[in-house]
Design a protein around this ligand. Sequence first.
Ligand SMILES: *Cc1c(COP(=O)(O)O)cnc(C)c1O
Length: 406
Amino acid sequence: MKRRAVIKNIGLLSISGGVAGALAPTAGRTETQPGKRDLFKELGVTPVINAGVTMTFLSGSLMLPEVMEAINSTAHDFANMYELQDKVGAKIAEMLHCEAAMVTSGAACAMVLGTAAAITGKNPEKIKMIPNLPGPRVEVIMQKTHRYLFDQAITTTGARIVEVEGPDEMDKAFNTNTVMTLYFNAAEKSSVTREEFVALSKKHNVPSFMDAAADVPPVENLFAYQKIGFDLVTFSGGKMIRGPQSAGLLFGRKDLIEAAKLNHSPHEAPIGRPMKVNKEEMFGMYAALKTYLERDHEKEWQDWLNRIKQIKLTVETVPGVTGETHIESGPANAFPSLDLNWDEQCVKISPGEVQAALKNGTPSIVANVGRTQDGKPRLRVGVVLLKPEHVAIVAKRVRDILKKAG
Ligand SMILES: *Cc1c(COP(=O)(O)O)cnc(C)c1O
């Protein structure tokens, strides 16, 4: 209801502001009534239409109206942060069918805190010393093909990553220094299945951690990994869950979540103190998750397909241009977008050049260049992060650029 009311409002404003006003350098933002402060303008920051996927450098996703409401309605009172983290965590754990949960400052923070928890438990001396613990370096086991940029969050705690290939090598890698195992859910190749990974971790009594940061939709993934038996799971808050960009979820085993909290703000000095989550982000993350779980996901998927159809119809008016729906196989970014093909003999522009023209135009539109199976580049127009009024803007801009080159 509320969301619909907001959308309706935006529609009205764009009429009263005039079409030109709506399209001017405000990325189709239509909330620029006279007298209203426009901080983008005030600071000269270029508003961007995101016709791609959630990207950290592009500010993640847009917070839902329910999240903004949670932030605004809670900003005017103080709260005890220990109590707030506990109560929000209990509610999130209930929603996600697991023992315990907490709000972190993103999935990368959840990785630091989860590893720290596995290292220190609730031992105050260890919590004080990490990442400078005496003795041999502790170890986290990962599959060789799962190594990725984000595993620096693991070694931030002082841990060393031990690479394995296949279940046998994994089995033999456990020793008294092993504190955790880490599974990168969206890795392209795995030599140990999720089930084997959990079973081996349990056999050696070592907590297993699942990084599924970007892995909704489908919504079912929010429940899948604790069900398999992972002890800790993280998802980003600021990707498709559409909470605050700087928030994330860490959930799973109660003793580990308790230990993770001891390594985090509002405690004064631990490793997680520089990764503070504020009160409004905690309320906002709770509201985002609740809204995400309650959404009609089938309808949302259909809306995305309808957007693709609308853009495709407009763009295909340029002779020689055809579009097709591309659905990323996942688990990350598993949603539909529009791939565009054209014969560069007739339409004399490359996908990369269209991408640059979109970015450098007004409003600035960020799209991606994907690749076909034989490695040919293609313009990939994302629809899931567009506001309703962006769809026609994006369609016309792509059409105009291609038409000019035709
Ligand atoms: C985005 C991402 C992260 C980092 O998440 P933040 O919420 O931005 O901290 C970690 N791992 C994977 C696989 C990601 O996609």
